[in-house]
Design a protein around this ligand. Structure first.
Ligand code: GLN
Length: 491
């Protein structure tokens, strides 16, 4: 028998059991997503014979589009499909995209990617929103739940990020994309078989309100999402369209949110305004953090030795995997720390956690900068210090990213939950986009620069980012009383 919302939210213990089901669905989805992400640039350069800078820009464009479409996925979930149907549809599209790539990645590359982009848009924000729905409005266990969910994300990211590229390089690209299709199918099957346990959570707004005869809205959404695929294919393959898309989508969504805000009470509007402050700061955070896919990857490839405590590691492997590994180890522990602190009434509020996130980010970039003091005369420096910086940045991420998911679900009124979660991820889209621009600015202007010159050029950039992150953290802490006022009773 399916439970009521109250029965679900009145769960005993630290985590509701439904969280584990969503955890596994999201884990496999992130396996597919990060598996693909890890293959994109390498595939474009080695198989499609694109130039490196073109491949980088194209990579940035796909990442920006993926996250930008979460806003649209969230919007259609709120208004028409509900979270469950959105998730199912998104999953189907992702499987289709991976199957297309598994079948013939060389010929149908952009088509496969376009399916995956739209699919992720329908899947990603809505599963996160459903995690939030498992909790009462003021349940202090919510942040811990999101921390655990976030660990699941990173288990998937770690396994997929490693396995897909390894299979692609040693066996075949078709097989690697096929693996993404298989795990995405596992994700969807997990969801289908466990969704009954969600009771009323994630049903479509029409079902909830008992509105009949509007099925065509649903079918039109499915048809519409298929119809835009050719458009996405064109936009991703020509990156100047991405610039235009990014210039337009942000302001348009902001205007839309302001319009929606007018429909709510002053209290709710204030909470939404607070949510926008968090979203704005998260753009900055991701712009710095996402150096990992760009400038830090090049830095790792050029300037790092391969030794951690006497064991040999591939520096790029460390660059890809260290963060996920640290998240998996520390997310549950930090989650338990929040619960422990909250029992003692000492848990920092969300604004302070965000501020701490930036302080960790700043410290991490100071450590990236400090790698220059451990360099040999040839310009090779320590992988150990580099890994230490990833260790620190992970705490920054954990103070901001899972907490951000959680606070979106707390600050948004029910009819706007999906859209606001989409906005949260849209900030990631901008972060990815700005990260590319920042990274390009850090690269040494001279292609034939020596390793030492490259080291100086990148670490100068990291020092600047450290300063900006520090200033952002201080600004957040200074404005925290104002933001807290906006948040009302939400902590
Ligand atoms: N790594 C996290 C995830 O995959 C956060 C991504 C983001 O918001 N930029 O969900």
């Amino acid at each position: 028998m399916s439970q009521t919302l109250e029965q679900i939210q009145d769960f005993k213990g630290k985590y509701p059991r439904q969280l584990w089901y969503l955890f596994f669905s999201e884990m496999w989805e992130r396996f597919c997503f990060y598996g693909m992400r890890g293959m994109l640039t390498v595939f474009m350069v080695s198989q499609l014979l694109m130039k490196e800078d073109v491949a980088n820009l194209q990579y940035g464009a796909t990442q920006a589009f993926v996250y930008a479409f979460t806003f649209i996925g969230g919007l259609f979930a709120d208004k028409i499909l509900g979270f469950r149907k959105s998730l199912f549809w998104g999953g189907l599209l992702m499987i289709t995209g991976s199957c297309i790539l598994a079948f013939n990645p060389h010929e149908f590359f952009f088509m496969g990617i376009a399916f995956t982009i739209i699919g992720t848009g329908f899947f990603k924000p809505n599963i996160s929103t459903m995690v939030g729905a498992l909790y009462h409005e003021n349940d202090s266990r919510r942040d811990a739940g999101f921390s655990l969910f976030y660990a699941g994300i990173n288990v998937g990211a770690l396994l997929g990020g490693y396995a897909c590229i390894a299979i692609a390089q040693s066996y075949s690209w078709n097989l690697a994309f096929g693996l993404a299709a298989i795990v995405m199918t596992i994700s969807l099957i997990t969801f289908v078989f466990t969704q009954r346990s969600l009771g009323p959570i994630g049903r479509s707004p029409y079902e909830v309100k008992g509105i009949v005869g509007k099925n065509w809205h649903e079918y039109a959404t499915y048809a519409g999402s298929l119809a835009v695929i050719p458009l996405i294919m064109i936009m991703v393959s020509k990156t100047q369209y991405t610039d235009w898309f990014m210039y337009i989508i942000g302001p348009v969504t902001l205007i839309y949110i302001f319009y929606e805000m007018m429909k709510f009470s002053v209290e709710e509007r204030k909470k939404l305004a607070a949510a926008l402050v968090f979203i704005l700061f998260s753009i900055l955070f991701w712009a710095f953090f996402e150096q990992s896919g760009g400038s830090l990857a090049l830095f790792a490839a050029n300037n790092l030795d391969n030794d951690i405590l006497g064991v040999n590691f591939n520096p790029n492997g460390v660059n890809n995997a260290a963060n996920s590994l640290f998240v998996i180890i520390f997310a549950p522990l930090l989650g338990l720390l929040w619960v422990w602190l909250s029992k003692r009434r000492a848990e920092p509020n969300t604004v302070v956690k965000f501020g701490l996130g930036f302080l960790f980010l700043s410290l991490a970039f100071y450590v990236f900068y400090a790698t220059r003091f451990f360099a040999t005369v040839e310009g090779m420096t320590s992988l150990e210090i580099f890994t230490l910086a990833y260790f620190i940045i992970t705490f920054g991420e954990l103070c901001l990213s899972p907490i951000g998911l959680s606070i979106m679900t707390k600050l948004s009124p029910q009819p706007l939950q999906g859209v606001m979660m989409g906005m949260w991820f849209l900030a990631s889209a901008y972060g990815q986009y700005v990260a590319g621009i920042l990274g390009a600015g850090m690269a040494s202007p001279n292609e034939n620069a020596s390793l030492t010159e490259k080291l100086i050029s990148y670490t100068d950039g990291y020092q600047q980012l450290a300063v900006y992150a520090l200033v952002s953290g201080i600004v957040l802490l200074l404005i925290s009383p104002m933001v807290r006022k906006l948040m009302g009773t939400v902590k």
